[in-house]
Design a protein around this ligand. Structure first.
Ligand SMILES: Cc1ncc(COP(=O)(O)O)c(C=O)c1O
Length: 399
């Protein structure tokens, strides 16, 4: 007799929250069947090309039979050294490539394993709300209690750490600036305060930094998107770890590559856990990432021109939308003529997708404090963003 598949799901698997994007996919399929041309702004997957040097590194690796072996830790040296050079050049942070840097199969993989490597079931994780939804899944897999930190517009979408109850003893605090979904940025002073706060409590500071290079002010304006490691008081970066990704900054989302930097003890624990579950990325991908990190990231102008088209169009529609200083998103509150907002962002986004073929990410998908918002990913040219806004003008905010 065959058992129902659900009988095989562990408590851990069952605790991973489902995704509203499944619902969105259904709505998009209905719109397509009804003949709408889909404008998908729901997922932050860059539509631009990786740097030519990265493509060339992959081409070369395909011609090298030795590139196909299992990559050992020693094989990751070129990527670790390139990451060290990038961190020094970009943030003035000096890292030991042997002990303070580890390649990842993307920041998402890195975070899930980092939580397994540094926490025990029942520990408390401080998580922003709204946040990148896989954070909740990673916390569930690690069996963590989540204490949410509201990110509110009145505090420029920064958490108020003073509001964390005194008796909580959180094991880790997870931050992400430039932020998904709100596009908010945090200054180095904020990271210094967060780092002091964590140090005083024995809390690990985890900073997820995939949008490090997507600051519209340009890389030279380092304070718009600083590294949390800049807040460290010495070169051991005690209790601080940061996740970097090539997905957004270098348009290499499908390559699945990033790296972790920081406290050597944390990196060693992460390496130990990853050693039980994966090998390092294919050498061709590592070579591509190493080459890409040595370039000045391109494509920011493209995202900026899209932002500059979309935000005024949303304002003309009467919606509230901040001018993002960084990231590849616009976080907006749909408002009607009376200034009333959306009560159910999921129902609104599903309706908008079904009726117009425009797919947005509903704010509630990112947490309770995301309710009333939608997120636009700047992954289509300006003319399609404007077309999307024209279509959205016809969608009722409430059923
Ligand atoms: C905050 C955040 N972290 C991590 C990721 C995933 O990064 P990667 O592609 O390196 O796994 C994303 C992707 O959208 C993100 O927004």
């Amino acid at each position: 007799m065959t058992k129902a598949t659900t009988a095989w799901a562990s408590k851990r698997a069952a605790a991973v929250p489902g995704s509203v994007f499944t619902l969105m996919n259904g709505a998009v399929a209905q719109a397509r069947a009804a003949g709408h041309r889909i404008i998908d702004l729901s997922i932050g997957s860059s539509d631009q090309s990786p740097p030519e040097v990265a493509l060339e590194a992959v081409r070369q690796a395909t011609l090298d039979p030795f590139a196909n072996r299992y990559p050992l830790f020693s094989d990751t040296a070129p990527l670790r050294h390139s990451a060290a050079a990038y961190m020094a050049r970009r943030f003035g942070v000096t890292l030991d490539p042997e002990t303070q840097i580890l390649p990842l199969i993307g920041a998402q993989e890195g975070l899930a394993h980092l939580l397994l490597a540094t926490t025990d079931p029942g520990d408390t994780l401080l998580l922003p709300d709204p946040c990148y939804p896989p954070y909740l899944g990673a916390a569930a897999v690690a069996g963590l209690k989540v204490h949410t930190l509201p990110l509110l517009p009145e505090y420029t979408f920064l958490p108020v750490l003073e509001d964390v109850p005194a008796g909580l003893s959180p094991r880790a605090l997870l931050l992400n600036y430039p932020n998904n979904p709100t596009s908010a940025v945090a200054s180095l002073d904020f990271f210094r305060a967060a780092s002091d706060w964590c140090a005083a409590r024995g809390t690990l500071l985890i900073h997820d930094h995939p949008y490090a290079e997507l600051s519209y002010a340009g890389a030279e304006a380092a304070d718009v998107a600083p590294s949390a490691l800049q807040a460290a008081t010495n070169s051991s970066f005690e209790g601080i770890v940061e996740l970097h990704s090539l997905s957004k900054s270098h348009h290499m989302g499908g390559y699945r590559v990033g790296f972790a930097v920081g406290d050597a003890e944390v990196i060693a624990a992460l390496s130990r856990v990853k050693g039980a579950v994966d090998f390092h990325p294919w050498l061709g991908i590592q070579a591509a990432a190493a080459a890409a990190l040595a370039t000045v990231p391109a494509g920011l102008e493209v995202f900026r021109s899209r932002r500059d088209a979309l935000v005024p169009a949303l304002h003309a529609l009467g919606w509230q939308a901040e001018w993002p200083q960084a990231s590849m998103y616009v976080w907006a509150r749909p408002l009607d003529e009376q200034g009333r907002g959306v009560q159910d962002s999921v129902a609104y986004a599903v309706r908008a997708a079904r009726q117009t073929g425009v797919a947005l990410a509903p704010g509630r998908a990112f947490g309770a404090n995301g309710e009333g918002y939608v997120r636009f990913a700047l992954v289509q040219p300006p003319e399609l963003l404007l077309e999307a806004v024209r279509r959205l003008a016809d969608v009722e905010l409430e059923e």
